[in-house]
Design a protein around this ligand. Structure first.
Ligand SMILES: [Zn+2]
Length: 312
């Protein structure tokens, strides 16, 4: 039986796994991406992880490799066009580089896009053909699936949901814009907002507070932290309303590290979305947390490879 290797390469974590055609991950290897070691360091880790997976999977043939990368990707050529979280990767032809070192067919796409592929294959959106996945992590990514196919856009940069402008004169963003959703609704944004309010609040806020700790305090009922999530929900709802008004999709799936705190913001975000979008379109949209958890990127990249090979 054939298997493929699915790779999820983010700015922080590298996840590599062996995937079977019915959507099962049979072995996985997680490690830090090691971006501080530079591009070559990360590629070395990647090659090592592939070897590790191959060593552990016995009696099956490796048919191909799929990879989702945290950046804008020109898919056909396999070039990383823009990657703010992977320094040194810009204008890098990953497909060419890995083809020199590996003998298997290789497929590449953006990490949020492959995450959407995974959720559409065997996750929350498995019965939907028109949906959007939003990944709320350090940054905010997105994958748009229309009529069962990813929408890449002309340059491969479609789905940059984190850069929907929610405050026209808002704070500057890495992309060069101002007031992007990512600056108000990502994990990084929650931490910044918590610290900004520190001076006029009695709550003690540690300098190294994390989004998970903010969630814990909000869940414990501390009003200051609950409010931070409500503000995040409002901005997310505004962004989702824009998506609904433009694309009239059936479902929005929320993934990424913050999705485990969905209980703190998702209902409120959905209310804002319904209020601010066209009535029929807004009311019909199901907004759900992702189902595949930490395996989402591996499964999505696996699907990308199976599909590219014509095996699905
Ligand atoms: Zn931006």
């Amino acid at each position: 039986m054939d298997y493929v290797i699915g790779i999820d390469l983010g700015g922080t974590n590298l996840k590599v796994g062996a995937v079977l055609a019915h959507g099962e991950v049979i072995f996985r290897k997680h490690m830090p991406s090691g971006v501080e070691e530079g591009r070559d360091g990360t590629i070395k880790r990647l090659l090592y992880a592939i070897e590790e997976v191959r060593f552990h999977v016995k009696g099956k043939r490796l048919a191909g490799i799929g990879i989702g990368i945290a950046g804008a990707i020109s898919m056909k050529k396999g070039i990383v066009v823009q990657a703010p979280n992977l320094p040194g990767w810009e204008d890098f032809n990953i497909k060419e580089e890995l083809s020199k070192k590996l003998q298997w067919p290789f497929f590449v796409d953006n990490d949020a896009n492959v995450f959407a592929l995974g959720e559409g294959w065997c996750g929350a959106a498995r019965h939907n053909n028109n949906f959007i996945c939003i990944t709320l992590g350090t940054g905010i990514g997105g994958g748009i699936v229309l009529n069962g196919e990813l929408w890449h856009g002309i340059d491969g940069t479609a789905g940059e949901i984190g850069h929907i402008i929610v405050e026209p004169e808002g704070i500057p963003c890495n992309c060069g814009g101002n007031g992007c959703l990512e600056m108000y609704a990502s994990a990084k944004a929650l931490v910044r907002i918590a610290k900004e309010g520190k001076s006029n609040k009695a709550e003690k806020i540690a300098d190294d507070i994390t989004a998970d700790e903010i969630a814990k305090l909000a869940r414990a009922g501390v009003p200051y932290f609950k409010q931070i999530f409500l503000s995040q929900a409002r901005y997310l709802g505004i962004g989702m309303a824009d998506l609904v008004n433009i694309l009239n999709i059936e479902m929005i799936v929320i993934g990424g590290g913050l999705s485990k705190s969905c209980d703190l913001f998702l209902d409120a975000a959905r209310d804002v979305m319904v209020r601010r979008s066209f009535k029929i379109a807004g009311e019909r949209v199901k907004v759900l947390p992702a189902e595949l958890g930490g395996d989402g990127g591996i499964l999505g990249s696996g699907f990308l490879a199976f599909k590219g090979l014509g095996l699905l």
